[in-house]
Design a protein around this ligand. Structure first.
Ligand SMILES: Cc1cc2nc3c(=O)[nH]c(=O)nc-3n(C[C@H](O)[C@H](O)[C@H](O)COP(=O)(O)OP(=O)(O)OC[C@H]3O[C@@H](n4cnc5c(N)ncnc54)[C@H](O)[C@@H]3O)c2cc1C
Length: 285
């Protein structure tokens, strides 16, 4: 049981971790190790640092956190729930489950929408980004999940007891090895387009095969902050998590910081917001 679970170990997550740990909070950072920072060839606009590669700056943050003995789990978060009985958040990863009084979302902006003809046109008309939010609308219908990883399987598992059929479409990618993947019909063909009249009706593949579907759930790569926030009912606007002046989302006890809150997508803003989220939690106790 933790005081705070931080999801993400980029500048926002590590910054929050440093403040919380120094305030003696029992914390855990859970993260996949693919911060946007690692893609930056050179950072030359961060205070006091003349020039550094993104990878170097990222590693300095990790080293600093490790020196403070901040526990870090390398894992992928696939769901956040709330246990009403003990008033704790339940963070589900591919390999584990953790409970905490507060959660900080610091997972950057990695939401991926596949560039497939028709997807954008059918958003809200058969295309969904959240199985737990929208599965109910597809009772006894035929649905597909686009993705090839653990997150896609997680979404498919939510849909399975409700929908008539669930097919995972990997769009040309190999499905990851997962103990639950054999429970689903998996089609690895490349997708050409989604079609329909007003609502989505069918998917056509590049091999000219077609499949009738009533809904498509996008679950590519890893669940982003926005995906995770939506699952627990936090407000999201224009693909950014809505926060108040204390970095708290519309769900009490859940905070967000860094790229996932929108605005300036820069290291200095991520570091500031991480610190602010941490200090808000410290102040509330
Ligand atoms: C090419 C490029 C160049 C850039 N150049 C600059 C620059 O010159 N100056 C500057 O200030 N900024 C620059 N940036 C932006 C900067 O990298 C970001 O603003 C910053 O990294 C945001 O920090 P963050 O902590 O919010 O998110 P991130 O650094 O993206 O960290 C998010 C973390 O969350 C983890 N995560 C995501 N989803 C999950 C999940 N479901 N489960 C577990 N973990 C998860 C990721 O693995 C990652 O570790 C650049 C970005 C790019 C891509």
């Amino acid at each position: 049981m933790y005081d705070v679970i931080i999801i993400g170990n980029g500048p926002a997550g590590i910054s929050a971790g440093l403040y919380l740990k120094r305030a003696n909070k029992n914390i855990l950072i859970v993260s996949k190790m693919n911060s946007a920072l690692k893609k930056a060839e050179k950072i030359e606009n961060y205070y006091g640092v003349e020039s550094i590669t993104g990878d170097e700056l990222y590693n300095l943050g990790i080293i600093q956190a490790k020196r403070l003995n901040i526990p870090m789990e390398e894992d992928e978060v696939i769901n956040i729930g709330y246990n009403e009985s003990n008033k704790k958040f339940l963070v589900t990863t591919v390999n584990n489950e953790f409970e905490a009084s507060n959660v900080i979302l610091a997972t950057g902006t990695n939401r991926m929408t596949p560039k497939i003809k028709g997807i954008k046109d059918f958003e809200g008309k058969g295309v969904s980004y959240c199985a737990i939010c929208d599965a109910f609308f597809y009772k006894n219908k035929n649905v597909a999940v686009i993705g090839n990883g653990n997150y896609a399987i997680h979404e498919a598992k939510i849909l399975k007891p409700i929908a008539n059929s669930v097919t995972i479409l990997t769009n040309g990618k190999r499905m990851v090895e997962n103990r639950d993947s054999s429970d689903f019909d998996i089609d690895e063909s490349n997708i050409r387009e989604f079609r329909g009249n007003n609502v989505i009706e069918e998917v056509e593949f590049e091999n000219n095969n077609k499949r009738k579907i009533d809904g498509v759930f996008i679950a590519i790569g890893t669940a982003s902050s926005v995906d995770l926030a939506k699952k627990i009912g936090a407000l999201v606007k224009n693909n950014n998590i809505v926060i108040d002046e204390n970095m708290q989302t519309t769900v009490k006890g859940m905070y967000a910081c860094g790229d996932c809150t929108g605005g300036l997508l820069q290291v200095n803003k991520a570091v500031y917001e991480g610190a602010k989220a941490a200090l808000s939690i410290i102040k509330n106790k």
